[in-house]
Design a protein around this ligand. Structure first.
Ligand code: ATP
Length: 446
């Protein structure tokens, strides 16, 4: 279903600078959309047009199929439903305290005081800023300010959230936290639109990509369709994403399956091709006939087993120290992934599960789970890219546990099941503390 649309949209600034030149885009509801283009290509101007801040010189914008109007009542309605998070958080945050800042939107919408209080408290908890609510925003770090700005928009419960360069000036942990938040919002049905020059982010994250250059959309499509074609990237002065760059290099060496389009590390690992004989550099003490462990490959090697560590027999050592080695199949079971739902958190239960299941790798997704783990001194091995990292670790035989809550439980399960389906590798995965009441009622209903 289309939620937002622009038709032949053109816009020039009062000084005559043309910023948008006949832009026609269609945004599907519930999708993750990235506008990618170099500086000055028109992304920010397009976003400000999409929420009615800029009035187009030509063309129109449609929200739910209705042409945007510019009287104050219509604009208020549009801005409630299409929220923008600016690139620079200081342009967005202005109230004396974080609480007041987040309360600004809902108050302006005319909600009663107790409703505003309820919304702000829930939103601050959601973005993990409750403990800072009475602080002045200018004392916060860049990542915290970004979360306040997002909270201010989320508090109005818009259908579409637009973020201009959401990761600009954030450190890797701050960036991961913001992306976790956006994924969660999208999982609960929000349409998320971002602008970025980061091709890796757009390629790995988006469902659909628009490439912009010189005030125009020059191509659009799935990330695979856009980023596999150098012509597209050249035209927009962009580079190829790193995962594709690595894939192409190892493809040239015949080490991967052809026609893959890896979007993340698990995809890249899965694209590796089986090889029976290969050249390898071996330590000087190794003799012909020895076994050495060269690493881990799986998939084609052992289609019936979940996982395989490839041990290699050294057949011949060449005088330059390189050896021809033959891979031997040594199937092992994959590790496992447990998901612990922290909305039913109990420290004692969690510690029992960690001991009982001999968990080797614990990751936390979402602010609430991280805060609980920190409070109770549960050591977290992974705090970013938690699902992918757990998949990779479980493929290497580890027993992993993901702490998360709410809709992210289903999100993590889905991501792992999608990977299993795509790769044909079976990773045991369960919610280790299921909702008893819900499972009983599910049983009754079934
Ligand atoms: N207030 C303004 N007055 C005049 N020209 C402007 C103004 N704001 C932006 N422009 C011009 O409009 C064009 C599009 O700018 P815009 O900020 O939309 O691009 P962008 O893709 O968001 O860039 P960036 O990636 O640097 O944020 C540029 O040529 C820019 O110089």
């Amino acid at each position: 279903m289309v939620i937002l649309e622009t038709k032949n949209l053109s816009f020039s600034y009062p000084d005559g600078t043309l910023a948008l030149d006949s832009i026609s885009v269609t945004i599907e509801k519930g999708k993750k959309i990235a506008f990618v283009g170099r500086n000055g290509s028109g992304k920010s101007t397009l976003f400000l047009s999409m929420n009615g801040t800029h009035r187009p010189k030509k063309g129109e914008i449609l929200f739910h199929g209705k042409s945007m109007k510019y009287d104050s009542k219509s604009l208020r309605e549009i801005r409630k439903n299409i929220g923008i998070v600016f690139q620079n958080s200081d342009d967005q945050i202005f109230a004396p305290t974080i609480y007041q800042d987040v309360a600004f939107g809902p108050t302006n919408l005319g909600y009663p005081k107790d409703k505003v209080e309820d919304i702000v408290n829930k939103t601050l908890e959601y973005v993990g800023l409750t403990h800072l609510k009475d602080k002045p925003p200018h004392h916060l770090s860049g990542g915290q300010k970004k979360r306040v700005a997002i909270a201010g928009i989320v508090a109005m419960d818009p259908e579409v959230i637009i973020l201009d360069e959401p990761l600009a000036n954030l450190d890797p942990v701050g960036a991961d936290e913001v992306m976790d938040l956006l994924n969660e919002l999208n999982y609960f049905g929000k349409t998320i639109i971002i602008s970025t020059h980061d091709v890796n982010l757009a390629y790995g994250w988006a469902d659909y990509v628009f490439l912009m250059n010189e005030h125009k959309v020059i191509s659009e499509g799935t990330p695979e369709a856009i980023f596999m074609h150098d012509d597209n990237l050249k035209a927009a002065y962009l580079r190829r994403p790193v995962t594709l760059e690595i894939y192409e290099e190892i493809k040239r060496r015949g080490l991967v399956k052809p026609q893959c389009c890896p979007r993340d590390i698990p995809d890249l690992v899965h694209s590796l091709r089986s090889q029976q004989l290969l050249w390898a550099k071996v330590p000087s003490e190794v003799k012909e006939g020895d076994y050495i462990n060269l690493g881990i490959l799986y998939g084609d090697y052992a289609p019936d087993s979940g996982y395989e560590a490839a041990n290699c027999k050294v057949l011949h050592i060449h005088e330059d120290g390189l050896a021809i080695v033959e891979m031997e199949r040594r199937p092992y079971r994959a590790g496992s992934i447990g998901i612990y739902d922290t909305s039913r958190y109990s420290k004692d239960e969690l510690c029992d599960i960690i001991l009982r299941d001999e968990i080797e790798c614990i990751g936390a997704m979402g602010k609430r789970s991280k805060v609980l783990a920190e409070r109770d001194e549960i050591y977290l091995h992974v705090t970013a890219g938690v699902v992918d990292r757990s998949i990779l670790n479980s493929l290497a035989g580890q027993r992993c546990l993901i702490l998360t809550n709410g809709g992210m439980v289903c999100h993590a399960l889905k991501r792992i099941k999608d990977y299993m389906e795509k790769s044909g590798i079976n990773i045991p995965v369960t919610v280790v503390n299921p909702d008893q009441k819900k499972s009983e009622s599910d049983n009754i209903n079934n």
